[in-house]
Design a protein around this ligand. Structure first.
Ligand SMILES: N[C@@H](CCC[C@H](N)C(=O)O)C(=O)O
Length: 286
């Protein structure tokens, strides 16, 4: 495996969701799960997701993006990370309209004058095979999860990655770590799942705490914000335009009209610092 030492990185965050950007378009190499885990250590470059940019596979995109969680596993989607790479690409090209491709499909991004970014996150998917679930559970809008019936039904949805959303009376009071870790690996979810706990705080307003697959509790998760807004609208709790407040701040989510319609996510990003990866960060001998 080729070392990543001396490659450039940019450390960013999207509402406190810690994002490491590795642009490998000029010299593409695979990022092994072990390298991701080494980089995510507290003494290296702690991140929730690494967004790794590879040369585009389609002429109408800026890059093909691979996404790694801090535990070294792969994801097909990361909303907060997509806003981060959109801002970098817009700054590099001078264009406010940027498009990427990921395993989940095309990601159309608009960078606004105030620095916020809107990403077209694609259409939610609701069938048990698409999420995926271990078996046909009937209506995925409301599913009692075995062993966790006290939480009430979960709304299950794929935003390119699997999500279970529990609507609870007080999301602030939930044991996110305990329940999230157990539910992430529940047998109902063969590819594990991102676990959200949401409370309605007003008309079309939701408070959200998230346990992320492969990263644990995070200050924000863009795809979970989308999944929660979709689940809230689908179950009649809200309309299709929802404000989602996370510990890291606010996301605006709009699910366009129609069951097959796309979800637009808007929120800010922060660029923190940049540099070159060192052997020490990668856990390699210098
Ligand atoms: N933080 C992300 C989601 C990251 C991927 C997730 N942990 C998974 O494995 O599906 C976001 O902002 O969407």
């Amino acid at each position: 495996m080729v070392s990543l030492a001396h490659r450039p990185f940019v450390k960013m965050n999207g509402l406190g969701n810690e994002i490491l950007v590795l642009d490998l378009r000029a010299d593409p190499v695979a990022v092994a799960p072990e390298a991701a885990r080494a980089l995510a250590r507290r003494e290296a470059l702690p991140f929730d997701q690494a967004m790794v940019l590879y040369p585009p596979r389609r002429p109408d995109t800026a890059a093909f993006v691979r996404i790694l969680n801090s535990d070294g596993s792969y994801s097909s989607a990361c909303g907060n990370g997509t806003r981060c790479i959109a801002v970098l690409e817009a700054a590099a090209t001078g264009s406010s309209h940027v498009r990427f491709e990921s395993e989940a499909g095309l990601l159309d991004c608009r960078v606004h004058a105030d620095g916020t970014v809107t990403v077209d996150m694609g259409a939610p998917r609701f069938s048990w095979r698409d999420i995926p679930l271990a078996r046909d559970v009937g209506d995925t809008a409301a599913v009692l999860v075995e062993g966790f019936e006290q939480l009430g039904p979960a709304s299950l949805v794929s935003m390119g990655n699997p999500h279970a959303v529990f609507f609870v009376p007080a999301a602030d009071a939930v044991d996110v770590e305990g329940l999230g870790a157990a539910l992430e690996r529940h047998p109902l979810f063969p590819e594990r799942a991102n676990i959200s706990f949401a409370s309605l705080t007003g008309p079309d307003a939701v408070l959200l705490h998230v346990w992320e697959r492969g990263a644990g509790r995070t200050r924000a998760c863009g795809t979970a914000g989308c999944a929660t807004a979709v689940a809230a609208a689908r179950t009649g709790r809200t309309g299709r335009t929802v404000s989602v407040r996370l510990p890291g701040g606010l996301l605006g989510i709009a699910w366009l009209p129609g069951e097959d319609s796309h979800v637009l996510m808007t929120g800010p990003v922060e660029r923190e610092f940049s540099g070159l990866l060192t052997p020490a960060m990668l856990g390699e001998a210098a």
